[in-house]
Every structure is written in C-alpha cells, then in structure tokens.
Design a protein around this ligand. Sequence first.
Ligand code: PAF
Length: 305
Amino acid sequence: MNIVIIGQGAIGLLWYFKLSQQAHNNVSLRCSAKVTNLPERMTFTDSSQQSHQQIIAFASDEHLQQADLIIYCLKAYALEQAHLQYHPLFNQNATIIFSHNGLIDIKSFALPLKKNQANIAMLMTHGSLKTDHFNIMHTGEGHSDIGLIAGDISANKRSTLVKMLNEALPSVTWQQHIKEKQWIKLAINCVINPLTAIHNCDNGVIANVKFQQEIQAILQEVVMIARKHEVSLSLHDLTQTVCKVAQNTALNCSSMRSDIHAKRKTEIDHINGFVHQQGAIHNIPTPHNTALWQQIKKLASKNRC
Ligand code: PAF
C-alpha cells in the first residue's frame, strides 16, 4: 500500500516507523516546510528501551498523488490549512485518516469533500514522546479507534485497512460510533490537558480527590454540549473514564503541559475553547470550560514574553 504520513511530530513518526517495518508498505513522510534540516534516518526507542534506526523517505507531491492512504498527524489548529494545501493532490480513491486532539468538523473546511472518499478519525492512547529532532520514544503501548466521519468505505477496503494498521501498531479497532468516542476523548482532554498545564503536574495528580468537584463541573458542561450534537454521555461514566486515564497515564506529561513548557502553540481553542464556542452558539453557559480556555491563553501569552 502507498502511504503518506503528514506531520513529523511524536505520533507522525510513531506511525511512520511502525508502518515502514511492513515490507508490503511503501511509506513516505511529508514534513512541514519549516523543517529545513532533513536527516537521512529517524531513531525509534521501543517500550523496552531498545533503539532502532529507520531511513526516512520524504514525500513529494507525486507521493501524495499516488497515495492509497494519507494519515494526518497534525495539531488540530494546523489541520485545515494543511488539508487546503494537500487535498487537491489526493486521488479520488485515497483514504484519509485524521489523528488529532480536540474536535473539528471537517465538513466545514473550505474544501468540498471528494465523492466516495473515506474520511476517517483516529483516536489513539499510545504514549509517544519526541525526545529530539526525528527521535521518538514509545512510552506506552496503547490502542487506536478508527471510524468513518465523512464519505464512504466498502467493507473490503475497511477490513484491509484495519488488518494493515493492526499488523503495524496494534491494537486497532473499527468503531461504528466514532462520534461518541470523539466526544469522550474531548471530555478527557477538557479535564486533563488544561489542569495539568495550569498546575504544572503529571497526569496522575488529576485523579486526586481535591480536583473531583472541578472535574464534575467541567464534564457536566461537555455533557450538555454533546447532547446538542445528538451524543448522549453519562456524567458518572465520563468521570470514571477521566480518572482511569489520569491513573493509567499517571507519569505522563500531557501534550498541553508539554506545549506550554516548549513555548509551542496549544490546542486549547479546539478543546475547552470548542466547548466555550459551542456553548455560545447553543446558548448554554460553560463557565468552567471558558475559564480554563482563558487561563491557558493567558499562560501561553505570558510564556511568549
Ligand atoms: O493530550 C494528551 O496528553 C493525551 O490525549 C492524554 C490522554 C490527556 C494523556 O496525556
């Protein structure tokens, strides 16, 4: 299969390395134009601390035209611009996977969807840490859920895709109701990401009883907004899920906390900012998510001084 990974971050390089290990895949990597120093190889350190080298094939426009599968591994805020640039190059039969934090309505992108093209969301729980330029560490084995968000996919194409991804980086499950999973992931990110960044703590600290009241308040707002999108979530189940994720990733530094530390742009506008924006549209007050959105914006602007 001809595969192009777009994005040289921790998740993009994880998929690039794993898919390149399958002899039947022809994988290439499309980096941001800002990356000028392109090395010959990347280093991958697996979960048992073994390091591996992999030659990198960089994707040209021809690679994008011939790709059967394109996997976007970009931050939510970079996705629309990248899709505007690359989408005209994709062939009609290419399958497109979007992997990012936060919620995005790809149907609202300023581009018409190509007829029959499968647009798939991928939600991952793998831990991948970028330790240097083209150098990553697989810090935690996880799982990926994928499901159709727009367009069409035949049963045949779907099972080939799931099998191929599963062979490269298990486990991968096809989800018929990916929309609900996306809202659950959004809820997790609405709690763990801003709180770990504001309190400058590892994920595990968020499971502490002192955060429980605030967690309930944040999640209650997400539940109300999700209902407006025809997604019914249970506050009780969500609270338990958030605490479980915080405990399972106890020693991890969340992506938002890492972004703040590294003085990078955060995904807050697509996480708590998205809940705030939807609250304004549907006339539902979201004081807790709004406050977190503003606090992170303030923290990020201080960071730049
Ligand atoms: O963004 C992140 O860091 C992750 O999505 C999560 C689940 C909060 C774990 O760190």
